[in-house]
Design a protein around this ligand. Structure first.
Ligand code: ARG
Length: 841
């Protein structure tokens, strides 16, 4: 979807209506002791059931799990970290938890830790145990310590701080006269950070605890139960080591874990202990194979942990690990000469490694300046203020950038520009892809318009009513063309939008002076005609609205009539599902469980990302391993509506094979894959579909297993063949299609407001290529449109009755969002009877 519009109204300025049901009858009062006893017994049963359920879901879990510290159960505080040992020789056998060396040294260290905590009476009171989990060269020992706080003392939990633990440990190890120095072990450095109590594992009990050796050739491991589903309450750890001159890379070609990261998750650490000050990532949810998670350590050790709860069980993950030379990871940055080029964060598309610094110096010809454009920028870290960027960042000309930035374009003031990158010890991300070009400061945008923001846009985008620069600098000081309306605030808008019931100027000036005289009739497109055109059996308004509601001619059946099941005709615009019974058999109000969205929405105006559940009928169609390729809409539990051209193609016959397709309903994010998968049983394209003309571009998909309707999955209403969507009406298009002509597809479902374009204009601007099975929608000025990948998706219009109806199916267009080239849609009303015939819907 291509959308450069900067102002939206909510669908037509109308709002969805919620009707409250009123109880017509009240139960008559009867003084009947029997009822009273009955009620009492029912109440007692209910109370018992409720108590049982509360115990089952809340206390039982908390007791056995020990993670929900909020309740009146004991709290387990676990701290994890590492210690540097001075006078201990490193021995390969220390890497094996079953070896004698490991057991001896860990027993000693665990005893030392216990003694250290005794120096603080407060800690000593709650201390339970310590476990050494690994050793690495150096000699470094990794450990965790647990403190159990009984329910009666829960208020002291906040006093269990990392500082307190460190004070006890550091204070103790500094004190050379301490009793335990007799153990012969000298600790020189120690760290401790609060960790998830579920991470407290002992490598000596073998259950789901693995030690792996990474070599150059990739090896794999999987979560338990994979690919069926992981068991409940998994607590797994994989310690990975490589030789000293290497680092470790782990990628997850398959990753599908419950969506809520507080229940089930995978964490990776740049350490051998689950120490959050050295965490690389914490992830859950589902990832597309085309966007796998891949992380890299800074040294030759890594820990992967996998935690699940007792509720939802998903397939889990498959991981592949290998070693990569440190020299390869640590070489980044350098001098970039030449007048254009690109560079990325280290190891991109993998997550960048922790503890890395790089510097690129871009040098272009004398007299030129440098423009850097970040095509991707993901340097997110929990708890970081993106205005400060005190952890990982890119620094350019003294400013630090971090977080998720959708478009970042910067220009230098000389022919040299330095770009630095820094990652600290914890949490990494995908990083960035940057492109640079040299430009002439005297003419920064040859043959293009130079925005004040530093970017260049096509000259045709200047003064077109759209904010293409981002700062409106292309829309200031404009002379409106003769086919444009001059808004009071200086903007120019197409004349077609004047009096279309939409505030296109932003200051309302295009909608002032729009009401008709008292003796006039206002057509759906805002045109005023003499009152006597109404019901004169002649179509005077372009949209037929003057003839549509002529109750005076009952029984008269025209193209505008709604035909009831008993063949009666109702002459009323859009009589179906408007909560008024118009047919004597009420068939106009049957089958109206559609077109509503259960979720309450924030209605953020202006953004293009859709909210979860905003378009519950939108479906993403995935093809073989290519991921998303087309859209569709839910019209019933077993049928989806889409475009024939997604399935019928002489050059790719595999498109016609139902088993090659996967449908995702209720989805918002293509990376999280937060949708419900259904396979396709049958593809029914329209028999008259023509690849060369795109006529009859409609197809039905029958699902192999019915959908369940939820807050995020609902059917859209199909309009009857007489339904009128008048020109000028605002409707919405939605999809994951490309964001610009020739650009990339969207990750988050996009929405854009478009207007129905009148058929004569549509015919003219498409050189008479539209048939009566097509309709145009969009803006003649360009800027907003569907695009590649949106095909098959719905053009959804909100009706006064409070329901959403599907007016069109995204079909074709000349390029995307070009001026005078609106999107062309299959006209659902004209194809309504075929849908009914094939699907029964
Ligand atoms: N045919 C395109 C697809 O396969 C959709 C084209 C819609 N184009 C437009 N400009 N409205 O996704």
């Amino acid at each position: 979807m291509n959308s450069a519009r900067y102002e939206y109204d909510s669908h037509n300025g109308r709002s969805e209506r919620i009707d409250f049901l009123t109880s017509k009858e009240k139960v008559p009062k009867k003084r009947n002791i029997g009822i009273l006893i009955g009620v009492l017994v029912a109440f007692l049963i209910l109370a018992a059931v409720a108590a049982f359920l509360i115990w089952l879901f809340v206390f039982k879990d908390a007791e056995s799990d020990g993670i929900t510290g909020k309740l009146l159960t004991k709290s387990e505080q676990v701290f994890s970290g590492r210690m540097k040992l001075q006078n201990v020789p490193y021995n390969q056998n220390l890497e094996n938890a079953q070896s004698q060396e490991f057991q001896q040294l860990s027993n000693k260290l665990e005893a030392v830790l216990g003694e250290l905590y005794q120096t603080d009476p407060f800690l000593a009171k709650y201390y339970t145990k310590s476990t050494v989990t690994a050793f690495s060269e150096g000699v470094m020992a990794y450990y965790w310590s647990q403190f159990d706080i009984p329910p009666s003392d829960l208020e002291i939990v906040p006093e269990f701080s990392e500082e307190r633990i460190l004070d006890a440990l550091e204070g103790g190890i500094k004190d050379q006269r301490m009793r335990f120095s007799s153990s012969g072990i000298q600790i020189t450095e120690v760290t401790a950070s609060l960790t998830d109590a579920r991470m407290a594992r002992d490598p000596r009990d073998e259950d789901c605890f693995y030690t792996l050796e990474a070599v150059e050739k990739a090896e794999t491991f999987t979560s338990p139960g994979y690919p069926q589903h992981y068991p409940s309450k998994s607590r797994c750890q994989w310690q990975i080591r490589a030789s000293e001159e290497d680092t470790i890379s782990v990628s997850f070609p398959y990753f599908n874990i419950e969506d809520d990261c507080s229940n089930d998750f995978v964490s990776t650490f740049d350490s051998l202990s689950p120490d959050y000050s050295r965490a690389i990532t914490k992830k859950c949810g589902q990832r597309l194979p085309s966007n796998p998670l891949e992380v890299v350590s800074s040294g030759n050790i890594m820990l992967i942990t996998f935690i699940t709860d007792a509720k939802v069980q998903k397939p889990g993950f498959e991981a592949s690990y290998r070693s990569i030379p440190k020299t390869k990871v640590q070489t980044c940055g350098g001098i970039l000469s030449g007048n254009n080029g690109s560079f990325t964060s280290p190891l991109h598309p993998s997550f960048y490694p922790p503890s890395t610094d790089c510097k690129w110096t871009i040098q272009v010809s004398q007299g030129k300046e440098v423009r850097v454009n970040f095509k991707l920028f993901l340097i997110k870290e929990p708890g970081v203020d993106v205005r400060v960027c005190h952890k990982d960042y890119v620094e350019i000309m003294g400013t630090k950038y971090c977080g998720e930035v959708s478009s970042l374009s910067l220009t230098s003031s000389t022919n040299v520009l330095d770009v630095s990158f820094h990652s600290d010890k914890s949490y990494t991300d995908k990083g960035f892809i940057a492109e640079y070009t040299a430009y002439d400061p005297a003419n920064p945008c040859p043959d293009m318009f130079a925005c004040k923001t530093g970017i260049c846009i096509a000259n045709s985008l200047k003064c077109d009513g759209w904010n293409d620069c981002g700062d409106m600098s292309d829309e200031k000081q404009c002379q409106c063309d003769k086919d444009q309306f001059s808004c009071s605030n200086g903007l120019c808008k197409p004349k077609l939008w004047v009096c279309d019931r939409n505030n296109d100027c932003g200051d309302g000036s295009d909608e002032k002076l729009c009401s008709c005289e008292p003796n006039e009739w206002r057509c759906g497109n805002g045109v005023c005609l003499p009152q006597d055109v109404v019901c004169n059996n002649k179509m005077d308004c372009e949209d037929g609205s003057d003839e549509a509601s002529c109750k005076s001619s009952p029984g008269m059946c025209s193209d505008f009539s709604f035909v009831c099941s008993n063949k009666e005709c109702v002459n009323k615009v859009n009589a179906e599902c408007d909560r008024v019974n118009d047919c004597s058999d009420n068939s106009d109000e049957a089958n109206c469980d559609c077109g509503t969205r259960p979720y309450k929405l924030n209605r953020i105006v202006g953004g293009q990302n859709a909210e979860l559940g905003e378009w519950p009928w939108q479906v993403s169609l995935h093809f073989m391993t290519k991921g998303h390729v087309c859209g569709a809409s839910v019209i019933s539990k077993t049928w989806l509506l889409s475009a024939a051209h997604c399935f019928v193609s002489i050059t790719s016959p595999q498109n016609h094979v139902a088993s090659n397709w996967q449908t995702y309903s209720g989805m918002q994010d293509q990376i999280k894959m937060d949708g419900v998968l259904r396979k396709v049983k049958r593809i029914v394209p329209h028999p008259d579909y023509k690849e060369d003309t795109s006529d009859y571009d409609i197809a039905l998909l029958e699902l192999s297993v019915p959908l369940e309707y939820t807050n995020t999955i609902q059917p859209i209403c199909l309009p009857s063949s007489s339904h009128v969507f008048p020109a000028g009406m605002s409707c919405w298009i939605t999809g994951w299609g490309v964001l610009r002509e020739g650009g990339q597809t969207a990750q988050i479902l996009q929405k854009a407001l478009v207007k129905i374009i009148n058929d004569t204009v549509c015919d003219a601007v498409t050189n008479n290529q539209v048939t009566s099975r097509m309709l145009c929608s969009g803006f003649l000025a360009g800027g907003v449109d569907a695009c590649q990948g949106d095909s098959g998706g719905p053009l959804a219009c909100f009706e006064e009755s409070g329901k959403w109806f599907q007016a069109g199916i995204v079909s074709w267009g000349e390029g995307c969002a070009r001026r005078n080239k609106p999107g062309v849609y299959s006209r659902v009303t004209k194809l309504r009877d075929w849908i009914k015939k094939e699907s029964g819907i």
